[in-house]
Design a protein around this ligand. Structure first.
Ligand code: HEM
Length: 452
């Protein structure tokens, strides 16, 4: 566990690259920049970044464990996201307030509850794939974004009817714009009229607040409120230890947080799964056979391996509130520590033959929580991990049941950063053929070569 210390500061070694140059490297080629420094310096190094300054980047499992188990009184999170999502968002809360909110959010997102959401996710997959073309290559990322958006609107927001339709229209333009504004310096978040970027975000937000106020009022009037298991209803019923409810404003901020954190991350992971599977025909055949036989082990191992080799969130960050010790290093107060998910997953000492896509490595056991970290860790670990895992399972299971995938020899798609998450640069392109009921599960190799 990382702990407070008065020992002299001892940051890990690192390259002497000017801040601005390093900043450009991180912005334009994050995974490559981090990986190349990591190859030279190993599991802990220091870089100098604009805004953050001297920052320790760690991937050594012992240090990751220390960081994730350090009390949140000693390490906090820096995040502009709070400014965009609102003061009631988990991303804006720290210390006791954050702990109290997590206590209320953990039960709605508990693994056991997820079974109740499976049928809704499957319905959304079936709705989406009804229009997928056969035998013609297309991008899966946008369809996956629709599936994960609709699934969250129904299970988390409890939205149906006109509220569902309106939110489905509102979010696709609102979320990317708000995400871009979140990574900009605060000076850009000024309302300079209705057509300025921040002015547009504010306009979307006002409409969003109106829709959520209606959803909350409807839920309170719902005679079946007690039987509902959408997250909105569970948040309305939840009480802090002093008996007070989560305020309506905070519920609106939190719903937007859950959507922003959970929609694109899951969709990009699904697009990566398609991108990887098309290039592994024998695995596809085994997976289809497993799904047909009602099994799930290889599919789960495949999901873990996709998340290992193509983590859509590349890193998570903490800031030292006091001088803290992490292993042999002493980090000064106010300095940031980045836990590099990409580097941890790519390290040979953590995963043998780390560059190979090999789901079998996860058969027969769960991934280790300090080397396999796509959801971060500790008190700030992704609250939606079980939800995401359920969605990934149901979506892939349904796709394997309904389609044969055309495989390809084309080179893998490059990693493209979308801001919040990374995605396959060409959108996770697929070729599908509908399976006939009772047909043997085989995979088909495209007759035409697809260029990368
Ligand atoms: C494959 C999909 C997903 C990935 C890869 C992912 C990844 C992450 C990561 C890396 C973090 C930061 C953890 C840390 O700092 O230690 C995080 C936080 C968070 N995620 Fe996810 N996430 C996914 C899906 C979801 C879903 C579906 C939801 C909700 C419906 C969600 C809600 C959240 C929230 C609320 C936080 C903030 C937790 C806190 O600060 O206490 N995520 N996620």
């Amino acid at each position: 566990m990382g702990e407070a210390t008065t020992d002299p500061v001892r940051m890990p070694p690192g390259p002497r690259i000017p801040k601005a140059v390093m900043g450009i490297g991180f912005l334009t080629a994050r995974h490559r920049a981090v990986a190349s420094i990591g190859r030279r310096y190993g599991g802990a190094f220091t870089v100098s970044l604009p805004i953050f300054g001297e920052t320790a980047v760690i991937s050594d499992p012992a240090l990751i464990k220390d960081l994730f188990t350090t009390s949140s009184d000693l390490v906090g999170r820096t995040s502009n996201l709070g400014a965009v999502l609102g003061p009631g968002s988990t991303f804006s809360l720290d210390g006791d307030e954050h702990r109290a909110r997590r206590k209320l959010l953990v039960p709605p997102f508990h693994g056991k509850r997820m079974i109740g959401y499976e049928a809704i996710v499957e319905e959304e997959v079936m709705r989406e794939i009804a229009s997928w073309p056969e035998g013609r290559e297309f991008e899966t990322l946008e369809p996956m974004m629709r599936i994960t958006l609709n699934a969250i609107l129904r299970t988390v927001f409890g939205a149906q009817g006109s509220a569902f339709d309106e939110l489905r229209e509102l979010f696709p333009p609102m979320i990317p714009l708000a995400s871009r504004m979140a990574v900009m310096p605060a000076v850009f978040r000024r309302d300079l009229g209705p057509w300025s970027p921040w002015g547009r975000v504010q306009r979307y937000r006002r409409r969003y607040n109106e829709i959520i106020a209606d959803l909350i009022a409807e839920a309170r009037d719902d005679p079946a409120f007690g039987e509902r298991n959408d997250v909105l209803a569970l948040m309305l019923a939840a009480r802090y230890e002093d008996g007070s409810p989560i305020s309506d404003d905070h519920i609106a901020d939190e719903l937007l947080t859950l959507l922003s954190a959970g929609h694109e991350t899951t969709a990009t992971t699904l697009a990566w799964a398609i991108e990887r599977l098309r290039r592994h025909p024998r695995l596809l055949t085994r997976l289809t056979a497993e799904v047909d036989a009602g099994g799930s082990q290889l599919l789960q191992a495949t999901i873990w391996e996709v998340q290992r080799i193509r983590p859509v969130v590349e890193a998570t960050i903490r800031v030292a509130r006091e001088r803290i010790r992490l292993g042999e290093w002493v980090i000064p107060q106010g300095h940031a520590v980045i836990a590099s998910i990409t580097m941890s997953h790519g390290a040979e000492q953590n995963f043998a033959d780390a560059g190979a896509f090999n789901p079998d490595r996860f058969l027969g056991g769960n991934p280790d929580t300090h080397t396999w970290i796509p959801y971060g860790g500790g008190i700030r670990r992704c609250i939606g991990a079980a939800f995401a895992n359920m969605e990934l399972n149901v979506t892939l299971r349904t796709l394997l049941r309904e389609f044969e995938f055309g495989t390809t020899y084309a080179a893998g798609e490059r990693i493209h950063s979308r801001g919040v998450a990374t995605a396959p640069a060409r959108g996770g392109r697929a070729v599908v053929y509908r399976r006939r009921v009772g047909s043997k599960s085989t995979t088909r190799r495209d007759s035409e070569r697809v260029t990368a």
